[in-house]
Design a protein around this ligand. Structure first.
Ligand code: FAD
Length: 500
């Protein structure tokens, strides 16, 4: 243990920097000085516009008004992600948020569905999910808490927003809560001789910004965690070979869809994120498999409206920092690792790291035990999400390119292999140790990408078949009726959170 913390310095003012700043300012309530340094000249990565429902917990912690937040960020609602061409070319499925079906007797809903589906007595899985059916109808309504027993009472959702406007909005909130912002380019950091802890970052102007705890939110460059502390990086490109993205906004389409779309192409995939004022698009691809020109041409050929800018390239290496917390530096955001945005997990990882930092806040100084535990927890979350992303690539039956054949045949992490093997035997799925994606997330991707099971749970046969059929049909009908009364997504936004 060393000296108590008095000043927290956040390096970087992108999504990670300002999320950290506003959360710290809210939770620490003026007990510590919080400073943030960012460079206008360097700017922010400017992508990262789709989220998952967990962000609502973050918004609650910082006391965000949902309608104001969406107005300020040109935001929209998101009920899930539609995957196109991922199993085979022409396949289409949705990973919808929230549950599928309803709890029924002793085994998971999908086990009853699986038996009935095989017998031709059940509809496609999506028809038992309110978020999937609402997405198809372009409808949206937040969960109606006064209807706890209805599917309308449990609509899980997230947001799409403009990344630059989000950083600006969080900055406004942070500064109002006492965060001190310094604009300028950091040239280097200085370290204490005794233990190598960072004691200050030095700006090109010569100004020194001193602190006790440093949060490195400097993006891919990892200014403190890597350039200064040389922590090391674990490369996962042998499992996730895409290494570039081209991003381009385009004009809005006539229908405002309440979901992200991910369309697999020849050597990667394209995202489509609908906002109020534009659609965000990007092509994530493997530069070993296609050229930048071909990637750009594919992107531009698959837009819903006129492009509003030239495509902008972002290079990345998928993997994670060997330690997110090293000495008195905690890396949050792109400085701590990168996974492509296939399941919109990076902003969630920022939020999770902030929560961990709060859980392990050093207060009286640094403890090796705490930092080890912090790093172990980060690694667990990173690795489990990595497995889920790899699943999408590995579980393809495409034969149209070397890229997809390579993904289908690659060796996968043992943890993923075990999950797939369990599923193959009677569709068993388990969530390990609070990993991010629940059974229902894995189910939708495995089912959507055609992973076969050798049957269903034996206890399903304990129930009378006619009773199961009646139950399934009841669930489906109630969901259909609920979707009928939900408003159109665009109409909901126009009424509650339209940007000026
Ligand atoms: P940045 O935005 O790069 O910010 C870095 C900050 O550090 C900037 O303010 C910069 O000025 C500052 N800085 C750097 N060096 C210096 C210096 N020397 N001196 C002073 N300041 C400095 N995540 C999702 O959850 N959903 C998505 O849909 C999604 N899509 C993505 C698509 C792509 C192609 C990529 C690459 C990422 C995507 N992400 C997504 C991830 C998401 O963009 C990031 O997690 C998020 O934006 C956080 O970035 P950051 O704040 O860590 O870094």
């Amino acid at each position: 243990m060393q000296t108590p913390i008095k000043t927290v310095v956040i390096v970087g003012g992108g999504t990670a920097g300002w999320m950290t700043a506003v959360a710290m300012a809210t939770v620490l309530r003026g007990r510590y000085k919080i400073r943030l340094v960012e460079s206008d000249e360097i700017g922010i990565v400017g992508v990262g516009e789709a989220t998952i429902p967990m962000i609502q917990r973050f918004n609650k912690t910082i006391g965000l008004d949902e309608n104001e937040f969406l107005r300020e960020t040109q935001g929209t609602f998101k009920l899930g992600i539609e995957f196109v061409n991922w199993g085979q070319v022409g396949d289409r499925y949705m990973h919808g948020f929230g549950r599928v079906g309803q709890d029924l007797w002793t085994v998971p809903f999908e086990q009853y569905w699986r038996k009935m589906r095989a017998a031709g007595k059940a509809r496609p899985l999506e028809e038992y999910s309110i978020t999937r059916m609402a997405s198809k109808a372009n409808k949206f309504l937040p969960a109606q808490t006064d209807l706890p027993n209805s599917p309308l009472g449990e609509i899980a959702y997230a947001y799409h927003f403009d990344a630059s406007l989000y950083a600006r909005y969080l900055r406004k909130l942070s500064e109002a809560r006492g965060v001190l912002r310094t604009e300028g380019k950091i040239s280097h950091a200085t370290q204490r001789a005794a233990d190598g802890h960072i004691d200050a970052v030095v700006l090109e102007s010569g100004e020194r910004v001193e602190g006790d705890l440093f949060v490195d939110c400097s993006g891919f460059r990892g200014l403190l965690i890597e350039q200064t502390l040389k922590t090391g990086y674990e490369d996962w490109t042998h499992w996730l070979p895409c290494d570039r993205a081209l991003a381009v906004p385009c004009e809005s389409a006539p229908v405002l869809t309440p979901y992200t779309r991910s369309t697999a192409h020849k050597a990667g995939w394209q995202w489509r994120i609908p906002l109020q004022h534009r659609i965000g698009n990007g092509h994530v691809y493997c530069s070993n498999a296609i050229s930048d020109d071909e990637a750009a041409a594919t992107l531009l050929a698959n837009l819903d409206g006129k492009p509003l800018a030239e495509p902008r390239m972002i290079k990345f290496k998928t993997g994670m920092r060997s330690k997110s917390w090293n000495k008195n530096v905690v890396a949050i955001g792109l400085s701590s690792g990168f996974m492509e945005p296939l399941e919109s997990t990076s902003i969630h990882m920022i939020q999770a790291a902030i929560q961990q930092l709060i859980d392990f806040f050093p207060d009286e100084g640094f403890s090796a035990r705490d930092t080890e535990e912090f790093n172990a927890q980060s690694r667990f979350h990173y690795e489990r999400i990595r497995d889920f992303i790899i699943l999408h690539y590995h579980l393809n039956q495409r034969s149209d390119s070397e890229f997809w054949r390579g993904c289908a045949n690659m060796a996968i992490p043992q943890t993923l292999k075990e999950k797939m093997d369990l599923y193959r035997t009677r569709g068993r799925l388990f969530r390990f140790n609070n990993e991010l994606f629940t059974e229902v997330g894995w189910l939708q991707v495995m089912e959507g990408q055609n992973l076969a099971t050798d049957g269903y749970h034996p206890l399903v046969d304990v129930q009378n078949e006619a009773g199961i059929a009646e139950f399934l049909e009841g669930v489906r009908e109630v969901i259909g009726k609920c979707v009928d009364v939900m408003p159109d997504h665009a109409a909901y936004i126009a009424q509650h959170c339209k940007a000026m």
